[in-house]
Ligand binder design. Sequence first.
Ligand code: HGY
Ligand code: MN
Ligand code: MN
Length: 419
Amino acid sequence: MSSSTPSGTNQRIDPKRLWDSLMDMASFGATPKGGVKRLTLTDVDKRGRDQFKAWCEALGLVVRVDAMGNMFARREGRDPSRAPVLMGSHLDSQPSGGKFDGALGVIAGLEVMRSLHDLNIQTEAPIELINWTDEEGSRFGRSLMGSGAWAGVYPVDQTYALADVDGVTVGEALDAIGYKGDVPAKPFPADAYFELHIEQGPILEKEEKLIGVVTGAQAQVWFDAVCIGQDAHAGTTPPSTRKDALVCASRIVDLVDRMMRARGDDGRGTVGYMQVIPNSRNVVPGEVRFSVEFRHPDTAEIEKLAAQFPREAGFIARDCGIELKLTELFRIPHQPFDAGCVALVEQAAAKLGYPARKIISGAGHDAVYVSRSIPTAMIFTPCKDGLSHNEAESIEPEEAAAGCQVLFEAVLARANRSL
Ligand code: HGY
Ligand code: MN
Ligand code: MN
């Protein structure tokens, strides 16, 4: 006889099963240095998605896919009229990413579903587990692309037209892996969303905290930049006639670093991607394409950076005699999470006796866009040396289990709450 046992009893997830499935998922795109390369909408992403779908369907969950390839695995509740409680994260990775960035939240959600099944618990509200498409933004230049399209931030048709460096569009890539679903990518009635993720920073480890109760995520702005000069012979072209796009880009990289450091320890400014054209050792580069992003806990600082950077980069280009093309790709203000959901995370950690602290997320997450339409909270767990977006990303099985147990408690409490 299934029961909707109230949370607070000692119902436990299975730490070994959780860890084994994390390692199984890490085998999709495994790299020699112990990381993963599971770039969004590639064949290896497809294989990871197919495995996730098979695991969900083996539990009797009904999986649907929306127009952006976002995957939703649904477990019915006792009361079908109630809005579902959502949980999830992303299975795509950076080109040289870690095993746990994103995957922890999806596989921990799977473990919650498996545990509910084993414990024969039927919650009042339905529960859905989500794999969001292209959280990383590395391939097509839009971070949080799947959740952003779902939230209405990126119009789906425009998003389909985004192309990677090889000219392959999002629409073509979704078709190629068979994950362009027939469900519209847009918000539906849901009661709450919880996302478990590694902190990707040093705070929890340094303070010996097992759980981060995430109260919100910092603001950010991303640009694409192109410096246009003139290809020329390295041996015959004197300084006076050079139009060296790489020298100009290098001065702009230094500008980004100076603007970051001017904001102290909260400052974040990064040029992570750069393409030098023609990229030949004896040709003065005529064109350089690169990314620029800034982040800060205070939205007002991002507004200032978004105005200051184009102005000062323009001065550098003028002094270099180089044409500069800047495109702002997106801007996200600081996003606070829902106090009620944050409290459930905090209460779960306290009840389980896990040392915890409140924290603002330095990284962007799908929860940021989801929280624009659904009460949302996140759970962080530590990662070794605060390292992420690096193949050496590492966590302990006990940390994964603790985060998963908090997710279990918070989702169960929310799904069984009296309305
Ligand atoms: O860039 C980010 O903040 C996220 O890790 N993709
Ligand atoms: Mn992530
Ligand atoms: Mn990431």
